[in-house]
Every structure is written in C-alpha cells, then in structure tokens.
Design a protein around this ligand. Structure first.
Ligand SMILES: [Zn+2]
Length: 176
C-alpha cells in the first residue's frame, strides 16, 4: 500500500495518508479533510468544502435537466401555437376565396337584376363579407396570448435554473 505525504489544510502538519483513504481527520488538529485526486495530482480539502461542491454539482445537474425539459416544453408550446395559427390562416384563406367568389357572383347577379341601383347593394356585400375576416385576426391573437401565458411561468423557471447553472460555472472559474 502506497503512503501519501500530505500537509493538513488547517494546521499544516505533515500527514501520512494511505492511498485508499478518501476522508480522514488530521491527527494533530482534528479537522476533517477529503483527499482529491485529479489529473495525477493528490491534494487535500476541508471535507465540508468538498461536500458543498458535491451538493452544488447535484443542484447543477438537476437544473441542467430541468432546463432541457423546460426548453422542450416551450418549444412544444411554440410548435402547437404555430400549427394552430397556420391551420387557422389556411382555413381563413379558403374562406376569403369563397367570400370573394360569393361577392363577385352576387355583384354580377345584382347588376343583371337591378342595373346601377346594384352599386349600394354591392358595397353592402363587401362590408358584409369583410366581417368574416376580422374574427380570424382576433382568434390568432387569442392563440398567441394563450401560448404566451403558458410560456411566461416557464420563463421564470428557466431563469432560476439558468442562474443556478451560471453560478456554478462562476464558482468553478473562481476556484481555478
Ligand atoms: Zn491539522
């Protein structure tokens, strides 16, 4: 068994630590420490610091998972909204074409039947036909508002999880 020669992080005393030991308390001052091995370098840290990092890392992993899930939720809401608006606009285009042809047929019929007196009737026909176009815009706005209302609370959660992930990155940068 290899023995590592290390210095206590608290009192600086020379310590002989067996290679397979991860956590121990200094024999001189009693401070608990954790043996860290990374890239062939062995060093000691206060145990509570090492545990804080593990906890933070767990929070970070949970937040990253939550971020992935929340962003997928937002994308799904946007996709559903876009497909609803697309379907509505396609139906609207078909209806508009129908209304357009109905107005033309009505105008021709009116001119044949009533001559010049048909002009106010045709104008009335346009106003009547245009009423069918207004509610579509309202319905699109309602769909968009509904989607925005669903996304809003998710945005708050995304911001919270993002700040947890960012704070961890910041902490790592500060330690190195
Ligand atoms: Zn010590």
């Amino acid at each position: 068994m290899k023995i590592l020669s290390l210095k206590c992080v608290n009192c600086g005393a020379g310590l002989e630590v067996k290679e397979d030991i991860n956590d121990f308390a200094c024999g001189y001052c009693g401070v608990q420490q954790h043996v860290e091995r990374s890239g062939g370098i062995v060093s000691l840290r206060r145990l509570e610091e090492a545990l804080d990092d593990v906890k933070l890392g767990t929070n970070r992993a949970a937040s990253e998972l939550a971020l992935t899930r929340l962003q997928a939720d937002v994308a799904a809401i946007c996709a559903r909204r876009d497909s609803q608006v697309g379907a509505l606009r396609a139906a609207d285009a078909r209806n508009s074409a129908l209304v357009g042809w109905a107005i033309i047929a009505f105008a021709i019929f009116a001119i044949v039947m009533y001559g010049w007196w048909s002009i106010p009737i045709i104008v009335g026909g346009f106003i009547f036909g245009s009423q069918f176009l207004v509610p579509v815009t309202k319905r699109v706005k309602a769909i968009e508002a509904n989607a925005a209302a669903q996304i809003e609370p998710l945005k708050t959660q995304i911001a919270r999880h993002q700040s947890i992930v960012d704070s961890y990155d910041f902490g790592t940068a500060a330690n190195s």
